[in-house]
Design a protein around this ligand. Sequence first.
Ligand SMILES: CCCCCCCC/C=C\CCCCCCCC(=O)SCCNC(=O)CCNC(=O)[C@H](O)C(C)(C)COP(=O)(O)OP(=O)(O)OC[C@H]1O[C@@H](n2cnc3c(N)ncnc32)[C@H](O)[C@@H]1OP(=O)(O)O
Ligand SMILES: Cc1cc2nc3c(=O)[nH]c(=O)nc-3n(C[C@H](O)[C@H](O)[C@H](O)COP(=O)(O)OP(=O)(O)OC[C@H]3O[C@@H](n4cnc5c(N)ncnc54)[C@H](O)[C@@H]3O)c2cc1C
Length: 572
Amino acid sequence: MAAALQTLGGGIGITLHWIAFTPTIEQQATEEQKKKWLKLAQDVAIVGAYAQTEMGHGTFVRGLETTATYDPSTQEFVINSPTLTSTKWWPGGLGKTANHATVMAQLYTRGKCYGPHNFMVQIRSLENHQPCPGVTLGDIGPKMESNGNDNGFARFDHVRIPRENMLMKFARVEADGTYVQPPSSKLAYSNMVYLRGTFVMSAAQALASATTIAVRYSCVRRQSEMKPGEPEPQILEYQTQQYKLFPQLAAAYAFWFASWFMTQQHGSITGSMEKGDMSGLAELHALSAGLKSYTTAVTARGIDVCRMACGGHGYSHASGLPALFGGAAALCTAEGENTVMMLQTARYLVKCFAQSQAGKRLTGTVAYLSAVQPSPVAGNRNMSDLGTLVAAFQHRAARMVRHAAMQMQGEMQKGKAREDAWNSCSVLLIKAAEAHVHSFVVRNFAETVQTVEVDESVRAVLTSLCQLYSLYGITEHAGDFLKDGYLTGRDIDAASSHLSAMLARVRPDAVALVDAFDLHDKILRSVLGRYDGRVYEHLYEWAKKSPLNKSEVHESYYKYLQPFLKSNRAKL
Ligand SMILES: CCCCCCCC/C=C\CCCCCCCC(=O)SCCNC(=O)CCNC(=O)[C@H](O)C(C)(C)COP(=O)(O)OP(=O)(O)OC[C@H]1O[C@@H](n2cnc3c(N)ncnc32)[C@H](O)[C@@H]1OP(=O)(O)O
Ligand SMILES: Cc1cc2nc3c(=O)[nH]c(=O)nc-3n(C[C@H](O)[C@H](O)[C@H](O)COP(=O)(O)OP(=O)(O)OC[C@H]3O[C@@H](n4cnc5c(N)ncnc54)[C@H](O)[C@@H]3O)c2cc1C
């Protein structure tokens, strides 16, 4: 339905209705309010946008300028866009599709500001879809990709909504204007945590799509001579092609398993929060922010590697890879810009490190921080053993977290304010947080392949893939592992040769591993990745449908080229 609307309309998109607007009602509305709006949203009797970001603020939610001022005389909130930069800007579906929006605005009551809260605002008439009085709407214009989605803008000129339109599951405003505190001010951000968690699966699916396309095409495409006089080989026979594609394929599986963990964690922690136990919220936020940032960044880069591995046809929209890349690039910015999200994870790690220094036993995804010994125990390690690889990644992360935290402590001891010390160490902090998330993904991948209920022959293939993913990470970041002597040069050489062996071992199963994603041609939308492998015939058919081929001589010849040629010939 959503996809149909998105393709049919060519300018409307209800993606955000499903992934942001409806979940916000589910997570932030009272039972009363759900009775009023949730079924309408689920049945698409209303279409909604999630209107938080403004022209002037996206990351800094506490800096949003839209206001919601409570008027006790009428028991209404007045929604207003006081400045140009307060214009809501970017929300998907806001331009032309949505007739409702959850609007994040600074809540004012009795002259005091209580920070950003969500409000349900009808923005278009249900009769004729015209903007409601006081509401100005429009599309923000063409983007890098996803132009089927009308990311829009909205301005509110003192628009009045009933008090009951404030989503009041956590915080409330009583009829007389009294503000009732939520258990945590961050619960207003809970849907962002949820959405970031879903991005991990979006990244896995996107990387799975890209590797399916590139691996299948690399079995169809024959090019060059590996040995003089021999037939042109499949390009997947080249080790360099395997080195490009198989780490991306392994990452797709790693992220797929990481998203299982994320979903399970989100469910159990929000379950406890429903019972008033907020203790897991900080870890959930740090994990979802870090995983979202890490997986979307690796995915965007990985899709472009797949695109380049397909040569010229990879650059054609026929391959489906440019659109995939554009979508993945969007997820690096949307739902929390990646740098900012990784800094949130770093903030949590620094806090946990301080707690472990004070003797607290850490648990959950940071437990390893207190378990890992600072002084490395060098020695010939078995670089094909998953336990050894996991321990190496945890040691690397613990060392980098400790280094960044100690660096920050040092800056503060020199008299720097905490915020300045934070800023001057933020590159170290980002790298430490990335190493932490990377070690989580490796550990989770290893634990999943060892416990998932599959046939032993399948487990053997998944284990090779997990080794490949880990060895690739070690060789790509060798310096981090060598720095304190935890790994030696010999270990890194061993890792490189094991990696080469893994490339050769994965090769015979590569097509089966991408087929296992079970992505239908209609989902892949790629001539190169077709299940039947009939690339060339369909590439020709695809090209013939290009609008430029509607006429043999394009009108631009008569308008521009013909007079231009004529005048140049006249000068000869
Ligand atoms: C792979 C591709 C496949 C194809 C895809 C298909 C097509 C794709 C194309 C197109 C569709 C894309 C889909 C679009 C969807 C996107 C929708 C949106 O974008 S909706 C807007 C999102 N906006 C943000 O996420 C704002 C980000 N900013 C923030 O969240 C905050 O401002 C933040 C966290 C950066 C700072 O918030 P502070 O300033 O209030 O908090 P501080 O001062 O940093 O920290 C205070 C305490 O609060 C905690 N905290 C912060 N946020 C928290 C949270 N969410 N939950 C729990 N605690 C939190 C912190 O951990 C900290 O805790 P202690 O004090 O250390 O204990
Ligand atoms: C495809 C797409 C769909 C979107 N859909 C929606 C939607 O449906 N609803 C919605 O509300 N929003 C939506 N957004 C907006 C999105 O949430 C914001 O773009 C995002 O939160 C980033 O905020 P920003 O654009 O203000 O970037 P900024 O925060 O201005 O980032 C610009 C640069 O500043 C850096 N920076 C900012 N703060 C810090 C900091 N504290 N420390 C270090 N560096 C910092 C960033 O790292 C980045 O490099 C969408 C965006 C895109 C691209």
